[in-house]
Design a protein around this ligand. Structure first.
Ligand code: NAP
Length: 255
């Protein structure tokens, strides 16, 4: 990333990014931080939280770093409370956490796994926003991270895909409910080589296939996803709400 080209759209703003100690969430926190935001990062493991915070602080970014498993109510409340105690308000929330514990077909997936995917990938965003609403500033924004898998759930990722489809609907419903104070939008990434996607992108044959499927003949980068998220979260998108932005290099998704 050429840091000299980055603006300062988030000066004086406070941004919470969930699941942000590596991959797409980390890149989003980094981008918002480089653009001037105080960023609140979190994930399940203290060690990951500490290491990510150190990397961001080394770039001059103001960081509050907390442990928060998004399906743990106490940790979610702590995330909001500590943010408000330290910074007094919330301007942006990026809900990025997801889990994909199963490659079973839908009808073979154990009920406990269906529940877990629903809980982490969909419900956690709703309950986190419920806690955050009293502190969201006028003109604030929310970005949900979905996936192009939501448009056409692949058989090996069926329930995961279905939860990502649900986020498209959730974006519309929350945008209506949270207007006019808060805008709610969604980013649907294509394939990005992260730990989460490594079972696809570390396999050379598969990787080549995915690159070929995209019009731009490459996988996405975490910075591509961060740039799109920062746009939607910023005032540059102040008349955009309830929308999903596909960031997939032209990989087939929707019309
Ligand atoms: P990643 O690189 O594997 O990073 C996942 C991050 O989430 C880590 O910081 C992890 O830290 C944290 N995390 C995992 N479960 C969590 C939970 N229950 N609560 C809080 N934090 C949690 O993953 P990624 O590829 O960046 O994925 C991020 C988002 O992008 C997900 O919503 C995913 O569905 C979406 N996405 C990814 C791709 C892709 O190709 N990579 C494509 C489409 C959509 P800890 O282990 O410390 O918790």
């Amino acid at each position: 990333m050429d840091k000299s080209k980055i603006g300062k759209r988030f000066q004086g703003k406070v941004a919470i990014v969930t699941a942000s100690t590596q991959g797409i969430g980390f890149a989003i926190a980094q981008r918002l931080g480089l653009e001037g935001a105080s960023v609140v990062i979190s994930s399940r493991k203290q060690k990951n939280v500490d290491e990510a915070a150190e990397k961001l602080r080394a770039q001059g970014i103001e960081v509050l770093a907390l442990v928060c498993h998004v399906s743990n109510a106490e940790q979610r409340k702590n995330l909001i409370d500590k943010t408000v105690q330290k910074y007094g308000k919330i301007d942006t929330i990026v809900s990025n956490a997801a889990t994909n514990p199963s490659v079973d077909s839908l009808l073979q997936t154990p009920e406990s796994v269906l529940d877990k995917q629903w809980e982490v990938n969909v419900k956690a965003s709703i309950v986190l926003l419920k806690d955050a609403v009293p502190y969201l500033s006028k003109g604030s924004s929310v970005v949900l991270i979905s996936s192009i898998a939501g448009y056409n759930p692949p058989s090996a990722l069926a329930m995961y895909g279905v939860t990502k489809t649900a986020l498209f609907g959730l974006t519309k419903a929350l945008a209506a409910e949270m207007a006019p104070n808060t805008r709610v939008n969604c980013v649907a990434p294509g394939f990005v080589p992260t730990h989460f996607a490594s079972f696809l992108t570390n396999n050379e044959v598969m990787r080549n296939e995915l690159e070929e499927k995209s019009m731009l003949k490459r996988l996405g980068t975490t910075e591509d996803m961060a740039a799109a998220t920062a746009f939607l979260a910023s005032d540059d998108a102040s008349y955009i709400t309830g929308e999903t932005l596909v960031v997939a290099g032209g990989t087939p998704s929707r019309l």
